[in-house]
Design a binder for this molecule. Structure first.
Ligand code: 7TS
Length: 405
C-alpha cells in the first residue's frame, strides 16, 4: 500500500512553511524534492569515503569507484538496459542530448540530411539539433500536435525519408503531460533505418521506462527530477551506436594511450565521460532509485493517477480557466490560464499562499506558439503530493479570480 503521509515524512522540505503557509510544492517538473536517504547518502560519502574515482590505488578511491559503478548498474536496472556499458553519466538531460547531437552529428549528419523533432519539445531537445544542423547543413523538421496535445504521428510516415538521420521525441511533455507513443514511433523510425532518441526527463519520475520495450536507440533523463542531486544525468545508448560515435569531450578518463602523436580512446561508457565524473551525484541517484524501488513505481503511478483524476475534476469546475492538453494518457502535469489574468500575476499570488507553481513558457516556446500564448501557469505534481493540496490550489485559484474580478 502506498501511504502518502508516510512518504511525505521522508522529504524534510515538505514540512516547511513558505510565507507563513505550509508549502504546497507543485513545481516538480522543474525539479523534485529529495528524500532523507538521498541527503544522507551524500553526507555519508563526504563524511566517510570521499575520493576521486578510477585513478587511485588507495582504499577510499576504490570505495568511491565501486559506488560509482554500482550506480551505473542500478541505472541499467531502472531503465532495463541490456548492459552497464550502455549507461553514460552526464550532467543531465540537456548534456545527454547535446552529447548525442554533437557526437552523432559529427559522424553521420551531412548537408541535405534531416532530423525530426516535435512541436512540443523542451528547448533541450530542439536547440542542440538546431546547432548540429547549422554545423552540418542538415535541416530540422518538426512533427506537429493537435489542440488536445496528441502528436500527429500519422504525419511521421510522410516525414521520414531517405535523408532522415534521427528522430528525437520527448516521452512526456513537460507542459501538457502527454505520454507520447514512443514505442510506435521507434518502430516506424526503424522501418526507415532511422534511430530514435527519447527525452525521458518527464517520464522517468512517473512511470516504468524500459529502453528494450521502447526499443529506442538513445534515452536521456536527469537525476534531479527523480529525487537525486542536481548535476547528474543519464544517457542510454545502444552499444552499436556508442562504439561507433566519436567522443564528445576530451580529457582524463576517456583515453586509452596518449602520445603527442595521437591518442586512443577508452571503450564506452568511459569514452564519453571525460574529466572527474560527478560520482557524488551518481551515488545520490543510486539512493534515489533505491528509494523509488522501495515504494514501487506501480504504486507511485497509481497514486499519481488518483491525483490526476482529482486535479482534472477540480480544474473542470472553473469558469474562465483554459487547460492546455487533454491527452488520454498523461502524467500529473497541468498547465492552464485564467481569463484576463496574466500567468505571472497568478503565480505570484499563489506563491504568497505557499503554493509553488511555475509560470511562463517552461522552455517550450514552439508549444506556446501552437496555442498562440506567451505562457501559462503550470502545476506539476509528484508522488508526495496529496488530494488536499489540489484543493488548496483550487481555493487559491478562486482567490486569484476574486482579486481580478
Ligand atoms: N527535457 C524535458 C522534457 C524537460 O522537461 C527538461 C527540463 C529538460 C529536458 C532539461 O532537463 P535538465 O535537467 O537538463 O535541465 N524541464 C524543466 C521544466 O519543465 N521546468 O524547468 C525545467
Amino acid at each position: 500500500m502506498f501511504d502518502v503521509e508516510r512518504v511525505r515524512e521522508d522529504f524534510p522540505i515538505l514540512s516547511s512553511e513558505v510565507h507563513g503557509r505550509p508549502l504546497v510544492y507543485f513545481d516538480n517538473s522543474a525539479t523534485s524534492q529529495k528524500p532523507r536517504c538521498v541527503i544522507e547518502a551524500v553526507t555519508d560519502l563526504y563524511t566517510n569515503h570521499n575520493s576521486n574515482i578510477h585513478r587511485g590505488v588507495h582504499e577510499l578511491s576504490g570505495r568511491c569507484s565501486a559506488a560509482y559503478e554500482d550506480a551505473r548498474s542500478k541505472v541499467r536496472g531502472f531503465i532495463n538496459a541490456p548492459r552497464d556499458e550502455e549507461v553514460i553519466f552526464t550532467r543531465g538531460t540537456t548534456e545527454s542530448i547535446n552529447l548525442v547531437a554533437q557526437s552523432f552529428a559529427s559522424a553521420y549528419l551531412e548537408r541535405g540530411d534531416e532530423v525530426i523533432v516535435t512541436d512540443m519539445e523542451h528547448h533541450s531537445n530542439i536547440v542542440p539539433w538546431q546547432m548540429a544542423c547549422e554545423r552540418s547543413g542538415a535541416s530540422l523538421r518538426s512533427m506537429p500536435f493537435d489542440d488536445d496535445g496528441n502528436l500527429e504521428t500519422h504525419l511521421l510516415e510522410e516525414m521520414l525519408n531517405p535523408r532522415t538521420r534521427m528522430v528525437a521525441v520527448s516521452h512526456v511533455s513537460n507542459v501538457l503531460g502527454t505520454v507520447n507513443p514512443v514505442k510506435d514511433i521507434a518502430s516506424l523510425a526503424h522501418e526507415h533505418d532511422v534511430p530514435l532518441l527519447v527525452d525521458a526527463a518527464q517520464s522517468a519520475p512517473h512511470m516504468k521506462v524500459d529502453v528494450q520495450d521502447i526499443d529506442c536507440d538513445f534515452l536521456a533523463f536527469s537525476g534531479h527530477k527523480v529525487h537525486a542531486e542536481t548535476g547528474i544525468g543519464v544517457l542510454y545508448g545502444k552499444s552499436e551506436w556508442l562504439e561507433d560515435m566519436p567522443p564528445y569531450q576530451g580529457g582524463g578518463g576517456m583515453v586509452g594511450i596518449v602520445k603527442m602523436g595521437g591518442t586512443t580512446y577508452a571503450e564506452p561508457p568511459l569514452k564519453f565521460e571525460a574529466g572527474t565524473p560527478n560520482y557524488v551525484g551518481a551515488v545520490s541517484l543510486s539512493a534515489a532509485l533505491d528509494y523509488i524501488a522501495s515504494l514501487g513505481m506501480e504504486n507511485v503511478a497509481k497514486h499519481e493517477a488518483v491525483l490526476t483524476e482529482h486535479m482534472l475534476e477540480s480544474l473542470a469546475g472553473f469558469e474562465g480557466l483554459t487547460l492546455y492538453g487533454n491527452a488520454p494518457l498523461r502524467c500529473p502535469v497541468f498547465s492552464f490560464n485564467l481569463d484576463g489574468i496574466h500567468h505571472y500575476d497568478a503565480g505570484q499570488i499563489l506563491d504568497k499562499m505557499g503554493i509553488a507553481v511555475r509560470t511562463g513558457t517552461h522552455c517550450a516556446e514552439p508549444l506556446m506558439d501552437h496555442y498562440g500564448i506567451t505562457g501559462n501557469v503550470r502545476a506539476s505534481l509528484a508522488m508526495y503530493n496529496t488530494v488536499e493540496e489540489i484543493d488548496i490550489l483550487a481555493e487559491g485559484l478562486r482567490k486569484v479570480q476574486g482579486l481580478f474580478a
